[in-house]
Ligand binder design. Structure first.
Ligand code: MG
Length: 203
């Protein structure tokens, strides 16, 4: 399976990292070894001193497709979840400065914890879906899909132009502002609307 991620998809987050607003989606991938499920703890890697949480709506692909047509995009995912796109920000900043690929700062082991996936029909309008993250009981990130630069449809159309999507593939749709550093011992609780989706610790 493949894990696709969209970078720079919320304007306020683009501003907080002083990035340029993209004219097409910024896409990268993580391998299967990045996945963490079932609220298993995430072990803080030794190679970074600045691991950031990025809370993101995640789509689960249910149908193989390439060159997906906009009006059919909804047929290619049937459930949604919430995940964290963990990022070694110190390493990413160094790589970005040199114009090098981000891979090791984004795709490392356990960099993609995800919740269970829930049928999308249970959430109403996916274009107006609120989510948030609490760290140690304090609200740290609040997002709403209505603030995405590229919609779910635009993301799926773009990705499937280059990559065949297959059932089980995941798509992280980007993070709103408020990203921040985690420390060993932190507890992360994520909510989609009012529904608790994950609750795990950093060890
Ligand atoms: Mg991200």
């Amino acid at each position: 399976m493949k894990i696709f991620c969209v970078g720079r998809n919320y304007v306020d987050h683009i501003k907080e990292l002083a990035n340029e607003k993209p004219d097409q989606p910024v896409i990268f991938m993580k391998p299967e070894t990045a996945l963490v499920k079932n609220n298993e703890p995430v072990y803080h890697p030794e190679f970074t001193k600045d691991m950031h949480f990025e809370t993101e709506l995640v789509l689960k692909i249910c149908k193989e497709g390439k060159y997906i047509q906009p009006k059919l995009a909804g047929n290619y995912f049937d459930s949604v979840g919430l995940g964290i796109d963990f990022t070694a920000r110190d390493i990413q900043s160094r790589l970005k400065e040199k114009g090098l690929p981000w891979e090791i700062s984004k795709a490392f082991n356990q960099s993609a914890p995800v919740s269970e996936f829930i049928p999308k029909s249970e959430f109403g309008d996916l274009g107006q879906l609120g989510f948030h993250l609490d760290v140690n009981g304090v609200r740290r990130q609040t997002g709403d899909t209505s603030l995405m630069l590229f919609s779910i449809t635009e993301i799926l159309v773009f990705i499937s132009t280059y990559f065949t999507v297959k059932p089980g593939d995941l798509v992280f749709t980007g993070t709103p502002a408020g990203v921040g550093k985690v420390e060993i011992g932190d507890r992360l609780e994520g909510y989609l609307q009012d529904r608790k989706m994950f609750d795990f610790s950093i060890r």
